[in-house]
Design a protein around this ligand. Structure first.
Ligand code: GLA
Length: 361
C-alpha cells in the first residue's frame, strides 16, 4: 500500500494530523432493491479509500490523489458547492462537503491526500468509499457527531450530488460492516443485521475489466431503472386501491408486500403493467424474497442453497432487469464450470465485477 503519510509530507511539507478511511463493498445478494426500500446483503472488502489530512481554518479543501490520473482539486466548504463536470473525481469529495455544510455549521476544510485500492467503476463502490472517508474526516474535524445509521443515510443523500439516484446500500455497509460478517440492510428506516459468514465459505470477486462510468450511459440506464420501478409501483398501487385489496394506500414496496402475498401481487402486476414494467417489478419483488432466504441459508451454512439463490439473482438481472452483459455472463459461466456453488453480477451491472461463492478448499 502507498505510504500516504510520506506522500502528504512530499506535497505539503509536513505530516498529516489525521487519517480517515472507508472500505469498498461486494454485494452478495439483493441488487437494485435498495432504492425500492427492499433489503440487501453486501459485505465490506479488504480494499478501501484512505485520506491523510490536516485541518484548515479557512474552510478550503485542497485535495490530492495518489492516482496521477486525478489532478488536484480545491474548493470551499459551504452549502451549494458548484459541481465539476459529471464523473469528475472532485464531485465525490464535494458531495459530503456540500451535504454536511447544508446540515451543520461547519467551517474547517483540510488539505489531504487520497489513496484508494478499490478498482474504479467496477461495481465495488469505490465512490462511496471516497464519499465516506471525506465525510467522516469533515465531520470529525468540525466536531459534528451523528449516530452511525443517521450518518449512513446522510452520506447516501450526499452522493446523489453526483447525479446518480442511488439507494443507501453502499454508504451503510462501508460504514457499519464487521469483519467476518455480511450485513443485511433494511430501509425506511435504516436497520442493520450482522450475519456471520461460515468459515469455510469463500467469496471470489472477478473483474470483467469493462468499466461502468457512473456519469455516462450507465448512469442514465441506472436512473431510468429506478424510474421504471417507481412507475410500476404507482400503477400497481392504483389498481390495488381500485380493486379494494388494501385498507390503506401502500407507501412503498415493503408496505405492498405486507398487504399482498407475493404471488397475488405478481398476478395483479402482470394484468396491470406492460411487459417492461412487469419484468422490472418481478425482478425487484423476487430479489427481495431471495435476500431473506439467503440470510437463512447463510445462518444454516447451506453453501449449495446460497449458491442457487445467487444463480437465480443473476438470471433475473439478466432477463428481467437487463443489467447484465456478455462479459458478465461469460464470467459467471466460467465460475460455475470451475466449481462455484453460485455466481452473479454484483453492483449496478452492465460491466464491472461478478461475485462467486465457493468452498474455501
Ligand atoms: C449502485 C448503487 C446502489 C445500488 C446498486 C444496485 O451500487 O449505488 O445504491 O442500487 O447500484 O443494487
Amino acid at each position: 500500500m502507498t505510504d500516504i503519510h510520506a506522500v502528504f509530507d512530499g506535497r505539503f511539507g509536513r505530516r498529516p494530523t489525521h487519517v480517515s478511511w472507508a472500505p469498498g463493498r461486494v454485494n452478495l445478494l439483493g441488487e437494485h432493491t435498495d432504492y425500492n426500500d427492499l433489503p440487501v446483503l453486501p459485505m465490506a472488502l479488504q480494499r478501501q479509500g484512505r485520506l491523510a489530512l490536516s485541518p484548515r481554518d479557512d474552510g478550503r479543501v485542497v485535495l490530492h490523489s495518489t492516482d496521477p490520473a486525478f489532478r488536484p482539486v480545491e474548493f470551499e466548504v459551504r452549502p451549494g458547492i458548484p459541481p465539476d463536470a459529471p464523473g469528475h473525481w472532485a464531485n465525490y469529495a464535494k458531495a459530503p462537503a456540500d451535504m454536511l455544510a447544508r446540515r451543520f455549521a461547519i467551517w474547517r476544510g483540510f488539505e489531504g491526500v487520497l489513496d484508494s485500492d478499490v478498482p474504479v467503476a467496477s461495481g465495488l463502490s469505490s465512490s462511496s468509499a471516497v464519499v465516506n472517508a471525506v465525510g467522516l474526516a469533515l465531520a470529525h474535524i468540525n466536531e459534528v457527531e451523528v449516530e452511525e445509521r443517521a450518518f449512513a443515510a446522510l452520506m447516501a443523500d450526499a452522493e446523489r450530488y453526483t447525479g446518480t439516484r442511488g439507494g443507501g446500500m453502499d454508504q451503510a455497509v462501508s460504514l457499519a460492516a464487521r469483519e467476518g460478517y455480511a450485513l443485511k440492510i433494511m430501509f425506511s428506516p435504516l436497520r442493520l443485521q450482522h450475519v456471520l459468514i461460515p468459515e469455510d465459505w469463500c467469496f471470489v470477486v472477478a473483474d470483467s475489466g469493462v468499466r461502468v462510468e457512473k456519469s455516462g450511459a450507465a448512469q442514465k440506464t441506472y436512473n431510468s431503472r429506478r424510474g421504471e420501478c417507481e412507475n410500476a409501483f404507482n400503477a400497481v398501487v392504483e389498481e390495488v386501491m381500485r380493486a379494494g385489496l388494501a385498507p390503506t394506500t401502500p407507501s412503498n414496496y415493503p408496505d405492498l408486500l405486507r398487504m399482498l402475498e407475493r404471488e397475488e401481487l405478481l398476478a395483479l402486476a402482470e394484468n396491470t403493467l406492460d411487459t417492461t414494467l412487469f419484468r422490472r417489478l418481478r425482478h425487484v419483488v423476487t430479489e427481495a424474497g431471495r435476500v431473506q432466504e439467503a440470510v437463512d441459508r447463510m445462518k444454516g451454512a447451506d453453501l449449495a442453497g446460497f449458491g442457487t439463490l445467487m444463480d437465480a439473482s443473476h438470471g433475473s438481472l439478466r432477463t428481467d432487469f437487463l443489467m447484465s452483459s456478455r462479459e458478465l455472463d461469460d464470467l459467471v459461466g466460467i465460475a460455475r464450470e470451475g466449481g462455484a456453488a453460485g455466481a452473479r453480477l454484483t453492483g449496478a451491472g452492465l460491466g464491472g465485477c461478478i461475485v462467486a461463492l465457493a468452498d474455501r478448499g
